[in-house]
Design a protein around this ligand. Structure first.
Ligand code: RB5
Length: 148
């Protein structure tokens, strides 16, 4: 059984190199990222990995996730189809902090063709360093879900 505090990471081929870099960087911050693939540069379809990681968030296997593709966009579109998943594409650190504090985002999407490795590291650190503030934001986040 996976530790429910586990943070998962996945990518497509375009995001693979940045994903590997993030796994190594996170290790230095004593944060373990569970790699859901892919393992090599073979061309893959980003929704397959977005769905895999998002299912783990919905089931409670992972508390947070990071998805890396060329732009972060396709990953976020696919991940946001899953119940309870709030995936945010972030290209700078302010949005990464707000995504956690105000939107209770549980998946961070990065564009490896958009941000450099240094900025990507800062974005991930900011995302992981902050928690949801709740309060008035909880009411608004609840309203994101479609009424059943
Ligand atoms: C792959 O070429 C690219 O389309 C993908 O990584 C991503 O940017 C999609 O949103």
């Amino acid at each position: 059984m996976t530790d429910p505090l586990t943070i998962a990471i996945a990518s497509d081929h375009a995001g693979l190199e940045l994903k590997r870099h993030m796994i190594d960087a996170a290790e230095q911050w004593r944060v373990q990222l569970s790699d859901l693939g892919p393992a090599d540069m073979t061309s893959v379809d980003y929704p397959d990995y977005a769905h895999l990681l998002a299912q783990g968030i919905t089931r409670g296997t992972y508390r947070l996730g990071i998805l890396v593709c060329g732009t972060g966009l396709g990953m976020s579109m696919a991940a946001n189809r899953h119940p309870g998943v709030r995936a945010a594409v972030c290209t700078e650190t302010f949005a990464a902090r707000m995504a956690r504090q105000h939107n209770n985002a549980n998946v961070l999407c990065l564009g490896a063709r958009v941000v450099g490795v240094g900025l990507a590291e800062d974005i991930v650190r900011e995302f992981l360093a902050h928690d949801f503030e709740g309060g008035r934001h909880a009411r608004r986040v609840d309203k994101i879900e479609l009424p059943s």
